[in-house]
Design a protein around this ligand. Structure first.
Ligand code: NAP
Length: 509
């Protein structure tokens, strides 16, 4: 590890450490790397990070589409302990976010912990230990497993007749094919989510014709960007206090507005809706197009799009919004319900992700031989977003019902790790060999979660990826402050803290 980086145990960390666990982290994205840093702060060095790809970065590695950026302010979308004075814009672009995480991986000596091209295909718990097998035939035995597999990493390909018949170039936005030159081409984009909205302004001037296939219109909240000058950056260099102040200011703003609105503040919701409506009405000149693009549901019901430049781009003479339903895809393009064939050279699938897979398709077998698919037969759930009954010593980053629709992921993961580290302290201090949430408590917790959804914006009448395949909302219905409180400290009575007989010879292997 780089000698400059000194990781002090945080206040409250276990001091009577009798033993140190071996920890396997699945995934070397933002949350997996953060997990390793937090474990090391605790003095835990026996860590392996298993990463299916050949590079770090998770979502910021997989997504390379034109216009990729983060709609959370850059100074907020940074680890709290690693401010970045070099952000070029208020809303950072994908490549510089990747660069930031790569810098963190190097600075905190994480790459030496990572096994690349090592996709975990199975994980089995037996007698206090996890046995993990990777696709490249590695076997890892760990006391603790942290699943840091992200939320939006399995692209969703649309189930449209004839998709495979398309003879031009076709790719999902999370698998952007940079070998395909879009210059002068007839390009079709299916989808109008955050991703498509970022792509359109970036490619419209390059392509010959741009057809945007919209199934559902989206509300768009205008997001004024800002370029940071050399002077801005200079002010921040070596001034961690100022960086923290800026971060705190953005965080407070987020907390007081968006996070409150989505969980039921009617005035703030009205205000967001009003801003979006003004944005649409001011920017879209043609009344026919404006009505085509006007959603019929409350703004922020679907994941709100924060963007500027999209409305301007889609009104360019070579762009068109197509709202007739897609009938089928043919070799030369897309046939819509009105019978028209929209001829295309390139088809971009901006159709989102399977957001409820979590670490699956990995085969995961917990205590008593229960598989994760069996445990989640009626939809993924967790205890306080990080743990799961029947799966001891297994902790999830951004697990089910994390506040992903309320707040920024980095903050969420830092809070989750604060909680998880205290559970791991129970193992380290010898209080327990097996830490697992109680089934009854988890059941009540999830009932309370679902019963509280009725106040949220997500149930106000739209279809979104926030619902799982069983029609349940996979969101956090309470205030973000409540999440902060919950993550402060685990209530140990909500867990079984078991002792385990020494594991038998590794038969499970
Ligand atoms: P998405 O929000 O799930 O949008 C998918 C789009 O594809 C929707 O417009 C959907 O229409 C359409 N679609 C799906 N299947 C279709 C079909 N068979 N026929 C026609 N249209 C179809 O996906 P995304 O835009 O990739 O965004 C996913 C999430 O990634 C976002 O919600 C956000 O959380 C995250 N993201 C974040 C940022 C950021 O700046 N932080 C940027 C990009 C993405 P319907 O609406 O009708 O279902």
């Amino acid at each position: 590890m780089n000698a400059e980086v000194k990781l002090d145990p945080p206040p409250g960390a276990a001091t009577d450490v009798r033993r140190k666990p071996r920890v396997a982290i699945i995934g070397a994205g933002m949350s997996g790397m953060l997990s390793a840093i937090k474990l090391r702060e605790r003095g835990i060095e026996d860590i392996v990070i298993l990463e299916k790809a050949d590079r770090i970065g998770g979502t910021w590695r997989d997504n390379t589409y034109p216009g990729l950026s983060c709609d959370v302010p850059a100074h907020m979308y940074t680890y709290t302990f690693e401010p970045n004075p070099e952000w070029s814009h208020r809303y950072a672009r994908g490549p510089e976010i990747y660069k930031y995480f790569d810098h963190c991986a190097n600075k905190y000596g994480l790459k030496e912990l990572i096994h690349f091209n090592a996709e975990v295909v199975s994980a089995r718990y037996e007698s206090g230990q996890w046995f993990l097998k990777t696709g490249n035939d590695e076997l890892h035995i760990a006391d603790i497993v942290i699943g840091a597999t992200g939320v939006l990493h399995h692209p969703s390909y649309p189930d449209i007749e004839g998709l495979e018949a398309f003879s031009g170039d076709m790719f999902h936005t999370a698998r952007w094919d940079h070998d395909v030159d879009l210059t002068g081409k007839r390009v079709g984009i299916i989808g109008t989510g955050s991703t498509a909205t970022q792509i359109v302004p970036q490619i419209v001037d390059k392509v010959g014709k741009l057809d945007l296939f919209q199934r559902t219109p989206q509300w768009i909240y205008p997001l004024p960007d800002k370029t940071y000058s050399e002077k801005d950056k200079k002010r921040l260099r070596g001034n961690g206090k100022l960086a923290r102040k800026i971060r705190d200011r953005y965080s407070k703003m987020f907390e007081m507005t968006f996070a409150k609105a989505v969980t039921g503040n009617r005035f703030l919701l009205w205000f967001i809706g009003w801003v979006c409506k003004q944005h649409l009405e001011r920017k879209v000149k043609d009344p026919v197009l404006r009505e085509k693009m006007r959603p019929g549901y409350q703004a922020a019901c679907k994941r709100l799009i924060f963007a500027t430049g999209f409305y301007e781009a889609i009104q360019k003479p070579n762009a068109e919004v197509i709202t007739d339903g897609i009938e089928r895809i043919e070799a030369n393009g897309i046939r819509t319900a009105d019978g028209q064939l929209h001829e295309l050279d390139v088809l971009v699938l901006a159709t989102g992700f399977h957001a409820h897979s979590f670490m699956r398709p990995m085969e995961m077998i917990g205590k008593d031989g229960v598989s994760i698919d069996e445990a989640w037969a009626e939809g993924a759930y967790a205890f306080k977003s990080v743990a799961l009954p029947g799966f001891p010593n297994f902790f999830m980053m951004t697990g089910p019902n994390s506040p992903i629709g309320n707040y920024s992921l980095i903050t969420i993961n830092e809070l989750q790790l604060n909680y998880v580290m205290q559970l791991i302290d129970q193992w380290s201090s010898g209080n327990a060999d097996e830490i697992v949430p109680r089934t009854d408590v988890t059941k009540s917790y999830n009932e309370a979660l679902q019963n509280s959804m009725s106040d949220t914006v997500w149930v106000t009448g739209c279809k979104s990826w926030y619902f799982n395949e069983f029609g349940k909302l996979a969101m956090w219905p309470w205030s973000f402050n409540h999440f902060i409180d919950v993550m402060k400290e685990p209530v140990l009575a909500e867990y079984e803290l078991n002792k385990v007989e020494a594991p038998a010879e590794s038969e499970a292997a």
